[in-house]
Design a protein around this ligand. Structure first.
Ligand code: ATP
Length: 949
């Protein structure tokens, strides 16, 4: 065991470069370790000396660059042009207030950029903290025991255990292998999996097969390695290529926002140009016209949009995290909402992954364990560990086994259950027994078999008496596992377990009462037919076989068939409801499993997949052979089950659906699932899955639960809805911001809404309410609507129409009404010009501004729902809206009554009367929107066509 090294410990910290070529004994001696691993104390001191096993991130965008990036969007550019022009205006013709506008606009650009930056920065930190919830772990041998430690705590000399799906945590030399294959593409670019060996096969370390390198992946098999380089000393550390995860992919929401910015900027610029031309023609004052043009542009740009979108997304991702769904990239929140197809694994996601042996068939005879699990939908952990013990088997002889199996009465006395049957169950098995529920660790199928075997014979003793010499691990493609063990008599035996159709085909004889009998093809078929009786109950069937052998190698024929084991895995209780929710939400649920179609069908029916119509079952073979057109027509069904599918076929399934125009969410946990997860619109990995799958995914499910995906879809839909809501809200105030300029130019009115007040709305009063709308809960029908059509934009004509042609004009009318009320009562007559510092003018613009704010209060309230009556949402269900409204009122009061604010905004205290005149307009706005929603709910055609946003 790792002894304390005397002398220069730092020598071990950095590799010498010959670790692959020196004899293993020298290598181990140099690192001061043996096959039992290091002592804890020694590991701790090495960790201190050599440092943590962490790679420094390079290629990360600097914080300054990140900040400056916020100013690259079209909105900021427009506003920047605006403030530069204002400063030029001030320079040419000083003292006309252009300086203030310029300063205000520059302030807006800076504040807005900073705010967006803070939002993004915080969101990034949140995402990072999510990632840290899933720290990479490594299994090491320390003091002779297997320990799970953080990969960052690995030290040189540690012995690590590697298994399929692991990401290699540091550079190591292999000391034990079982058909170990690695994917070295992260280092060499070579993506073909490479078989490893214990020999040094190449003078170049990177090419040498006895090496594993940090950052590469274990494709299949398993093995042990001794670490000789960690952190920056590893090959990948010295390559310094580790860059941050890409964030450049175009998510649907980013495309939408970019489109939105483009449309609104085009409107702003075109209106600006038109009014510049009009104003210069009519008034012939170049500079004033230029400033008006700027005003128009500023009025059109929803300055608060970008930070608000980021905030809404990050709030949603936090809510999702609290519901066990960790999003890796902020914008994928919304992608999930647009999902039309969810492809899900069966085991663990739709079922509980708590497996227990329920039935056995020995040779041609069927036995059924009296497992409470078979009669209950939900089983407890206790049920599982108690069900597969000897007592249950003893009840077999007189149990109504034939009822289940439709076979003749069992003739096997459980006491005489062939010991080789138990050996195959317990020894062709990599699970480990554990005291606590469910009684094992490792693969649940194997765990169930192990617990079953251990109920009949002491597995520890068996392992000792029948040492394992060779293993050919389970693989979803071959669907079988073989081990070779030595019997106490010194003979060799291969134990085989796997999918029935695979194993039975490899058997030439079968156990039969008292002996063995030859199996011809008809009898092989008969066996396969019989196993279907177990599969019909939703059991996963494993076939067992063995054969005595002479030499160590993989065998593919001449086995003696032992029997079948039926394993139950009860559905998750919440899966049914979640599937029903998907069906009402118009989302297709597709179950993908490696299990037999009969087993799959039974589970599918159990979880309610068949409730939405006929169940379409497509097998892996059909998937491989059917034509594209045939498959496409079968994919139309709302419920589809893919059975006996290999993980590699998942990618084909994703592509098939995508070709049909669907937005696909795909779950997975294994190495082979990674390509499908990556290619799906939304890749979902299980928290308990492999490193590889988690790396490829956009979202990680901490609880592996299907219902969590559906909850996350709901959040995603809500986010899209909420973004629409606040867009309608902020766009509506553009009209009362633009019309005053038009009126000013066309009718020579004293300008009712100067630029400073426009900014006070866009960046002051509108801000908090818009953010509050981002926090709105989903409307009651959010999971009753069909998924958003692919072509449905964030910015649709009905949305623009509602904001610009209904809500906006009501606000503008309210503004003009109050403005004229003040002017006329103050003795103004049409056509009369008023100086900027005229108290009547100051009051009139204050009245206009106040009316718009009062209407916006009604607007924020109305915008809380898209289709349902806002009164169905409950006044206090989103308290932030109330805070937002309070902030609007406070800012309004400040601008009206605070003397310094009066100076900045050119406003003046106002008689309360003028504020009250605006209230009926606000009520009108709310009423019209309620009517729109009512008509929508009644499906009135023209309303649906023109006003459904
Ligand atoms: P699901 O996600 O529904 O569990 P899967 O794709 O993971 O399905 P596989 O694990 O590939 O399915 O299993 C395919 C078949 O291989 C099973 O139906 C079973 O008969 C057999 N099988 C599963 N696990 C093992 C194992 N550890 N050893 C031997 N055979 C197995």
């Amino acid at each position: 065991m790792g002894k304390n090294l005397t002398g220069d410990n730092s020598k071990i910290c950095s590799p010498q470069g010959n670790e692959h070529s020196i004899p293993l004994s020298v290598f181990l001696q140099k690192l001061g370790v043996d096959e039992n691993g290091l002592r804890d104390q020694e590991a701790a001191s090495r960790l201190k000396e050599c440092g943590a096993n962490i790679l420094e991130e390079t290629g990360k965008e600097s914080i300054i660059k990140k900040y400056l990036r916020q100013f690259r969007n079209l909105f900021s550019i427009l506003l920047t042009v605006g403030f530069i022009l204002s400063f030029i205006g001030e320079y040419i013709d000083p003292g006309k207030g252009n300086l203030y506008i310029g300063i205000a606009l520059a302030g807006v650009v800076v504040i807005n950029g900073t705010f967006t930056f803070i939002q993004e920065y915080q969101a990034e930190k949140t995402m990072e903290s999510f990632r840290q919830l899933l720290p990479p772990h490594a299994r090491t041998l320390r003091e002779g025991k297997v320990k799970e430690i953080l990969a960052s705590e690995l030290v040189v000399g540690d012995v690590i255990l590697l298994e399929e799906g692991d990401k290699v945590p540091a550079d190591g030399r292999l000391i034990e292998i079982n058909t170990l294959k690695v994917d070295n593409s992260a280092i060499t670019g070579e993506s073909e999996p490479q078989l490893r060996s214990l020999e040094c096969t190449h003078p170049n370390m990177l090419e040498c097969r006895n090496m594993v390198f940090s950052g590469t992946l274990i494709q299949s098999g398993n093995g042990k390695a001794v670490i000789f380089a960690t952190g920056q000393n590893t090959q990948i550390g010295s390559l310094a290529t580790l860059t941050q995860q890409t964030s450049g992919v175009d998510t649907p929401i980013r495309r939408e926002i970019n489109y939105f910015i483009k449309v609104i900027s085009t409107i702003a610029i075109s209106l600006g140009i038109v009014f510049f031309i009009l104003a210069s023609l009519l008034q012939d004052v170049f500079l004033t016209s230029l400033i008006f043009a700027i005003g128009i542009i500023v009025a059109n740009v929803p300055e608060g949009l970008l930070p608000t979108v980021t905030l809404a997304l990050s709030l949603a991702s936090k809510r999702m995290a609290s519901r066990n769904a960790l999003i890796k990239q902020l914008e994928s929140v919304e992608t999930l909402g647009s999902t039309t197809v969810i492809c899900t694994d069966k085991t663990g996601t739709l079922t509980q992954n708590k497996m227990a042996v329920n039935s056995i068939m020995i040779g041609f005879e069927c036995l059924v364990l009296e497992n409470p699990a078979s009669t209950k939908k939900t089983i407890t952990e206790q049920d599982i560990s108690e069900s597969t013990n000897k007592a249950d088997v003893e009840k077999l002889a007189d149990s109504g086994a034939e009822e289940f199996c439709a076979l003749k009465k069992p003739v096997w006395d459980p006491e005489k259950l062939p010991s080789v049957f138990i050996r195959v169950s317990g020894l062709c098995n990599n699970a480990k027994l554990r005291e606590s529920a469910p009684g094992y660790t490792g693969d649940p199928t194997e765990g169930a078999l192990l617990v079953f075997a251990n109920g009949l014979e002491d597995i520890g003793k068996l392992k000792h008496d029948y040492p394992r010499l060779e293993e050919f691990p389970f693989d979803s493609l071959t669907k079988r596992m073989e081990v070779i063990c030595r019997t106490p008599e010194g003979k060799l035996e291969v134990y085989l377990k796997g999918a029935p159709e695979v194993v039975v085909k490899m058997c030439s004889s079968s156990l039969d009462s008292g002996g063995t009998r030859k199996l011809d093809e008809t009898e092989q078929q008969e066996l396969l037919n019989r196993h279907l009786n177990l599969a019909k109950k939703g059991e996963r069937i494993i076939a067992l076989a063995y054969r005595p052998i002479e030499e160590l190698r993989e065998y593919t024929g001449d086995f003696i068939f032992l029997g079948f084991v039926g394993i139950v895995d009860p559905p998750r209780p919440e899966a049914r409801e979640a599937i029903a929710k998907c069906h009402t939400a118009g989302i297709k649920v597709v179950m993908i499993t490696g299990d037999h179609s009969v087993t799959a069908e039974s589970i599918a029916k159990d979880v309610g997949l068949a409730n939405s119509g006929n169940l379409e079952i497509i097998t892996g073979n059909e998937l491989a052979t059917l034509s594209r057109a045939d498959l496409a027509s079968r994919l139309k069904n709302p419920s589809i089950v893919f059975a006996r599918t290999s993980p590699v076929q998942k990618l084909k399934i994703v592509k098939l659906f995508q070709a049909e125009g669907e937005i696909v969410t795909m779950t997975g946990d294994g190495v082979n699932d990674a390509p499908a997860i990556k290619n799906a619109d939304m890749g979902v990995a299980m928290g308990s899955g492999t490193d590889v799958a988690r790396e490829a995914a956009d979202m990680v499910l901490l609880d592996d639960n299907f219902a969590t995906i559906v909850n996350a879809v709901e959040e995603g839909r809500t986010v899209f809805d909420n973004i629409k809501k606040f867009i309608v809200y902020i766009l509506a105030s553009n009209i009362p911001e633009i019309l005053p300029f038009i009126a000013f130019v066309l009718f020579a009115l004293p300008l009712p809404m100067p630029v400073q007040l426009i900014l006070a709305i866009d960046l002051g009063t509108d801000m908090l309410p818009a953010i509050a709308l981002g926090k709105e809960k989903g409307e009651g029908d959010i999971m009753k609507r069909p998924p958003r059509a692919k072509e449905e934009k964030l910015l649709t004509p009905p949305l623009l129409f509602t904001a610009y042609a209904i809500k906006g004009p009501v606000e503008a009318i309210a503004g003009f009404f109050c403005y004229f009320a003040v002017l006329f009562e103050g003795g103004w007559s049409f056509g009369e010009q008023l100086a900027n510092n005229n108290p009547l003018y100051m009051q009139s613009i204050t009245a206009f501004f106040s009316a718009v704010i009062i209407c916006q209060i009604a607007n924020v309230f109305a915008s809380r729902t898209r289709y349902q009556s806002v009164f169905s949402m409950g006044l206090f269900s989103n308290r932030t809206v109330l805070v937002g409204i309070a902030s609007e009122l406070l800012i309004l009061a400040f601008i009206i009554w605070n003397p310094s604010a009066n100076l900045i905004f050119n406003t003046s205290p106002l008689d309360l009367r003028y504020l009250l005149i605006a209230v009926p307009f606000a009520i009108l706005l709310l009423g019209i929107d309620e009517l729109r929603k009512y008509l929508l709910r009644k499906n009135v055609i023209w309303v649906t066509r023109y006003l459904k946003w």
